[in-house]
Design a protein around this ligand. Structure first.
Ligand code: HEC
Length: 253
């Protein structure tokens, strides 16, 4: 994983030295916040993947009760996260593990709760018999879980894209500049991490790239309606789809 820093470091550079209250936070705090952002983004990705892995079940026309309860979702989310990070959040040891920085310890369970709430609220929809596509897909799950988490937390988590389908995913100025920058670069495992607001906020963006299976909705022909009721973007495999954006305040006031 490459860490790309310093594309818009001007904000920090401009004010450094002007006032001591705006002094950059200690490097350790930044490193901890960055790792926390990375883990949150990975956990949201894990939740999206669990929905993806259960899509055929969720969209089963003939089956009523799918058994895809918040608890089943939670177990699978733990498992995907463990496979991808080596951290088992279901084990009590995760609460003291060095792999999970103190800042992340209450936040990761809060995101799991937000995800479970989304799955809980969708039970009626998920268990509907006679309907195939239910619009309960990784993207809708991700938007809702991120929004719920952000409402309850000082840390802001969001899925965004240059031209989002969901207006709630509209990028702010910072996000759109990073998205534009990323879209001109080859698909890689890189993420962008930066201090903004005079070093008072850490912003991390994890890019998401289109894979083959995304193209049924986001691919071509451009403008044709997809199954979810949106015009297709005409995207190609490997192109930048958007990003998971995390915003962590580093000051306590
Ligand atoms: C069944 C159709 C469908 C498939 C397949 C699909 N998406 Fe989407 N995607 C959507 C919809 C619908 C939204 C808007 C979700 C919402 O309401 O927040 C969306 C939103 C997104 C967003 C958030 C930004 C926005 O537009 O609001 C990203 C990023 C994204 N999709 C990437 C992907 C990727 C990557 C894949 C494949 C791994 C994928 N999508 C597969 C339908 C789809």
């Amino acid at each position: 994983m490459i860490r790309l820093v310093g594309i818009v470091f001007m904000t920090l550079a401009l004010v450094s030295g002007t006032a001591s209250v705006h002094a950059a936070p200690p490097e350790q705090l930044r490193a901890e916040a960055e790792e926390t952002a990375r883990l949150l983004a990975k956990l949201l990705q894990a939740g999206r993947l669990v929905i993806d892995q259960n899509q055929a079940l969720i969209d089963d026309v003939h089956k009523g009760d799918k058994g895809f309860t918040p608890e089943v979702f939670e177990r699978q989310m733990y498992e995907v996260f463990r496979q991808r990070t080596g951290i088992d959040l279901s084990a009590p040891a995760a609460r003291t593990s060095l792999a999970v920085p103190p800042l992340a310890r209450p936040l990761l369970p809060a995101l799991i709760e937000a995800g479970k709430d989304v799955v809980r609220e969708a039970q009626v929809v998920i268990n509907q018999r006679g309907i195939g596509y239910k619009n309960f897909i990784p993207a809708t799950f991700g938007s809702q879980a991120a929004a719920r988490f952000s409402k309850r937390s000082r840390v802001q988590l969001k899925q965004t894209a240059i031209q989002p389908r969901n207006p709630k995913n509209e990028p702010d100025e910072y996000e759109s500049s990073v998205l534009r920058w990323l879209s001109g670069r080859p698909n890689g495992e890189a993420y962008v991490s930066e201090l903004t607001e005079s070093g008072g906020t850490l912003r991390v963006m994890m890019p998401i790239y289109y894979q083959h299976e995304c193209l049924v909705c986001h691919g071509g022909p451009k403008g044709e309606w997809d199954i979810s009721g949106y015009p297709k973007e005409g995207a190609q495999e490997g192109e930048l789809a958007g990003a998971i954006s995390v915003k962590i305040p580093l000051r306590t006031e």
